[in-house]
Design a protein around this ligand. Structure first.
Ligand code: SAH
Length: 460
C-alpha cells in the first residue's frame, strides 16, 4: 500500500475513536483517523501523518454525507478544542455513547448479557454548562479577546458565546473586554509573561440564577476595579466579583487563594429530588469542584439515592465525594454518611455545606479512598451501602479489595469512563457482587464523554 504525507485519498468513515475523530478505511483497507467526520461519511482526506498500518488525515471534502451529519450550530466548532461531536446529530451521539458503554463492558469486562438501559438524554444538547473558563489574549490589532484554545494549541479562538455555556457569558465577557480596552488593561501574554488578565471564570447557579466572576490575574491587584464593578453590576444575576493571583508561567489556571472585589465570593445552587422530597443547598466558590451540568447531575444523584435503597438505619460511604454533593443528598435517608475525598479544600466545602443544610450525620475524611477506607475498616466501621464516583482511572484495587471484605449490601458505582467501569465491575462480579443493571447518562453532549451508574448487590 504505502501512503505518503499530503497524499489525498477517499475514505469511508466506519466508526468513531476515543477522542471523537472518525475512523475511516481507504479502498485498500488502510485505516485513517479523521477529525470532524461522522460514521457513514465518504470523504476526501489529506494524509497528515502516515504510519505503516494506520495514519491521520484532515477532512478536505465530504463526498457523501452520513445521514447522521448535521451543520454544527457553533461557528467555531471545527477550530475550537471544546466540542468534538457538533457535526453529529444528537440521536447519533446518544447511540454512539450507549454503544461505547456496551462495547467496553463486553470487551473489557467480558459481560455479554448485562442489562444496559437506554441512555438518559438531555432535553437540549446545548447551554448546559454552569461553569466556563475563558483564556484572555490580544488580537493582531491590539484588542483584548476572550474565547477558547484551538484543539491542542494555545491559540485563542475568540468566542464570547460558547453554545455549551449559559447565554449570560456573552454580556459578561463583553463588559470585561470593553473595561480592559477603555482602561488600557493588558491581557496576559504567554510568550512574554507580561500583561494582567489571564483567564475569566464564570459560574452560575442554575437553580438560583446567581452568577460570580473570578478574574485570574498576573499580578496582585486589579486597577480600575470600581469601573468594572459598575459595568458588571448592571447584568442581571451578577452576584459577585473576585480575583485570584497567578504570576507563574504555567498552564495551571488557578493556584492561589480567591480574593473578594465586590459582592458574594460564592454562588449558591440547589439540587433536588422531587421523588424523595430532598433539596440540598450548596455554596460553591470559584475554586470548588462542582458538576458542570446540574440538570443531569440532579438526575444521576436521584438515581444514586434510589439504588442505595436507604431506610434510615444504614451507614453509607460516599467515596471520591468531592464537595460532598452526593453525601448530603443521601444523608437525610441514612443513619450516617461518611465521605472520603483526596482534595482538602473540597472537604472544607463539604463540611460547610453540611452545616448550611443542618445535616449532622455526615462525616468527611481527607485522603485517598484506598487508604482511608482500610483504616476505617480497622476501626470496625463497616458500610451497609457504598457509593463510588472515581475519576477516569477508576477505583484503586486496594479499595475494591477492602469493599469486598467489608461486604456492603449494595454498591452504587458512578463512572465517567466505561473502560475502567468495566474493569472494576469485572473484579467485583468475581468477588461476591452481582451487577443488577447499568444506566448510562448523557451529561456532556457534543463531547465524547459518557457517565454511567451501575448497581451491584452482594451475593455472598
Ligand atoms: N462525587 C463528587 C466528585 C466526583 S469527581 C461529585 O459528584 O461531585 C471524583 C473525585 O475524586 C474528585 O473530587 C477527586 O479529587 C477525587 N479523587 C481522586 N482520586 C482520589 C482518591 N484516590 N481517593 C479519594 N478521592 C479521590
Amino acid at each position: 500500500m504505502g501512503y505518503r504525507k499530503n497524499e489525498t485519498v477517499t475514505a469511508d468513515i466506519i466508526d468513531i475513536g476515543q477522542d471523537g475523530a472518525g475512523i475511516g478505511r481507504t479502498e485498500d483497507g488502510y485505516t485513517l483517523f479523521v477529525k470532524d467526520t461522522v460514521p457513514g461519511d465518504r470523504a476526501e482526506v489529506r494524509i497528515i501523518k502516515a504510519k505503516k498500518s494506520y495514519g491521520y488525515g484532515r477532512l478536505e471534502h465530504v463526498l457523501k454525507a452520513s445521514p447522521d451529519r448535521v451543520e454544527p450550530p457553533c461557528p467555531v466548532a471545527l477550530r475550537c478544542g471544546g466540542c468534538q461531536l457538533q457535526m453529529m446529530s444528537y440521536p447519533a451521539q446518544l447511540a454512539m455513547k450507549e454503544n461505547k458503554v456496551r462495547n467496553d463492558l463486553k470487551r473489557i469486562g467480558g459481560f455479554e448479557n448485562l442489562e444496559i438501559r437506554k441512555i438518559i438524554a438531555m432535553e437540549s444538547p446545548f447551554r448546559y454548562r454552569n461553569k466556563a473558563q475563558f483564556p484572555v489574549g490580544t488580537d493582531r490589532d491590539g484588542k483584548p479577546i476572550a474565547g477558547f484554545f484551538a484543539g491542542r494549541t494555545h491559540t485563542i479562538i475568540p468566542n464570547p458565546d460558547c453554545l455549551l455555556g449559559c447565554s449570560e457569558n456573552r454580556e459578561i465577557l463583553n463588559a470585561i473586554l470593553s473595561w480592559m480596552k477603555d482602561n488600557r488593561i493588558p491581557a496576559y501574554d504567554e510568550e512574554t509573561g507580561k500583561g494582567l488578565i489571564r483567564h475569566i471564570l464564570i459560574r452560575k447557579g442554575f437553580a438560583t440564577g446567581e452568577i460570580i466572576v473570578c478574574l485570574i490575574i498576573n499580578g496582585d491587584r486589579i486597577t480600575a476595579s470600581q469601573d468594572l464593578v459598575t459595568r458588571l453590576e448592571k447584568i442581571p444575576g451578577m452576584t459577585g466579583l473576585t480575583f485570584s493571583s497567578n504570576t507563574k508561567r504555567t498552564n495551571v489556571i488557578m493556584n492561589g487563594p480567591v480574593k473578594p472585589v465586590w459582592g458574594q465570593e460564592y454562588i449558591t445552587d440547589i439540587l433536588k429530588s422531587g421523588k424523595f422530597g430532598i433539596s440540598v443547598r450548596y455554596q460553591i466558590s470559584p475554586a470548588s469542584f462542582y458538576q458542570v451540568n446540574p440538570v443531569q447531575t440532579q438526575r444521576i444523584y436521584e438515581k444514586v439515592l434510589e439504588l442505595a435503597d436507604l431506610h434510615g438505619n444504614e451507614t453509607v460511604m460516599d467515596l471520591y465525594c468531592g464537595i460532598g454533593t452526593i453525601s448530603l443528598f443521601l444523608a437525610r435517608n441514612a443513619r450516617q454518611v461518611i465521605g472520603v475525598e483526596i482534595v482538602p479544600r473540597a472537604i472544607e466545602d463539604a463540611k460547610r455545606n453540611a452545616l448550611l443544610n443542618g445535616i449532622e450525620n455526615a462525616e468527611f475524611y481527607v485522603g485517598k479512598a484506598e487508604e482511608v477506607v482500610p483504616r476505617l475498616e480497622n476501626q470496625g466501621i463497616r458500610a451497609d451501602v457504598a457509593v463510588v464516583d472515581p475519576p477516569r482511572k477508576g477505583c484503586d484495587e486496594k479499595l475494591l479489595e477492602t469493599l469486598v471484605r467489608m461486604k456492603p449490601e449494595r454498591i452504587v458505582y458512578v463512572s465517567c469512563d466505561p473502560a475502567t467501569l468495566a474493569r472494576d465491575l469485572k473484579y467485583l462480579s468475581e468477588n461476591g457482587f452481582r451487577i443488577e443493571y447499568v444506566q448510562p447518562y448523557d451529561q456532556f453532549s457534543e463531547t465524547v464523554h459518557v457517565e454511567t451508574v451501575a448497581l451491584l448487590t452482594r451475593t455472598k
